[in-house]
Design a protein around this ligand. Structure first.
Ligand code: F3S
Length: 280
């Protein structure tokens, strides 16, 4: 079986940075020191489990926390969370991705200038929740074209987009949103790693019989890669987390399989999958 890996796949710069920061902290960790991660560090169960075994405890809220170090993951958090962590005297290890930090800064700046903020993205995703926390949780959040009619008309509108959105979705929604304000500023804040992975997946999907997308079920950028591949290969795109999910028997009918992976997928999981498919 011929297997082709997309030109860009797997760990992105922001995830790599978060992982390296975390391992750096683990090396310095004192015996009685507690290190927490506010939410799973990345959307990959295998990596999170591995970090847990090494001593990183995942917590979902900071209410009961009174000591220790806390890692802010690449998705970032709201301004209020920083204040709460500082007030508690916790040691903050900030692994917010610089691309996410840039959006937080834009939102804070334009909100301060009286703009209504519109975030194109998933309102339940931690990155979007965090960004909204830099404009007093007042942002209008739009995930689908069908939701645009709910947007009220405003004087000044500042549009940003979740880093992992599909570029086409951003273009369509942001163009329509421009009709809802007299003055509009818009920032395409989809990160470079996302664009590269999406373009590479699209390109590869046209050249192979089937596509395998490796990544966590909750990973937003993985889900976008799946939908991009499904547009080209509706019945021959497979989303798997690890080699355990590979439908080996189905694969026997293909000659060439393309592989891509979300930004939270470690290299070893990709290599393992490629090796398994190659041996079919
Ligand atoms: Fe950052 Fe983009 Fe990765 S925002 S965490 S480089 S997907």
């Amino acid at each position: 079986m011929k297997v082709i890996l997309a030109d860009y796949s797997g760990f992105c710069f922001g995830v790599e940075k978060a992982i390296n920061t975390t391992f750096g902290e683990l090396e310095k960790k004192q015996k009685d020191q507690n290190i927490y991660s506010l939410g799973p560090l990345i959307h990959n169960n295998q990596v999170v489990k591995n970090l847990e075994e090494k001593g990183i405890e995942v917590i979902e809220n900071i209410e009961d926390l009174s000591e220790g170090s806390i890692i802010i993951r690449s998705h970032g958090v709201s301004e209020k969370i920083y204040e709460e962590l500082e007030n508690k005297g916790l040691n903050i290890i900030d692994a917010t991705c610089p691309f996410v930090r840039r959006i937080q800064n834009i939102v804070k700046n334009y909100y301060g200038k009286g703009y209504t903020i519109a975030i194109i993205g998933n309102s339940c995703h931690p990155e979007v929740i965090g960004i909204n926390g830099w404009c007093n949780n007042q942002a209008i959040i739009i995930n689908k074209e069908e939701d645009i009619h709910k947007v009220p008309s405003v004087d000044k509108l500042c549009i940003v987009v979740q880093t992992t959105m599909a570029v086409e979705q951003y273009n369509t929604i942001s163009e329509k949103l421009e009709n809802y304000a007299k003055e509009v500023v818009k920032f395409n804040t989809i990160c470079l790693a996302t664009k590269e992975r999406q373009n590479a997946a699209k390109h590869l999907a046209t050249k192979v019989d089937a596509m395998v997308v490796i990544g966590g079920q909750h990973s937003s950028n993985t889900q976008k890669l799946v939908s991009i591949c499904k547009k080209i290969k509706p019945n021959d795109t497979f989303h798997v987390e690890t080699i355990k999910d590979l439908p080996i028997n189905t694969f026997k009918k293909y000659e060439t399989i393309g592989v891509t992976a979300g930004a939270s997928t470690p290299r070893w999981i990709i290599s393992e999958a490629i090796e398994t498919i190659r041996n079919i």
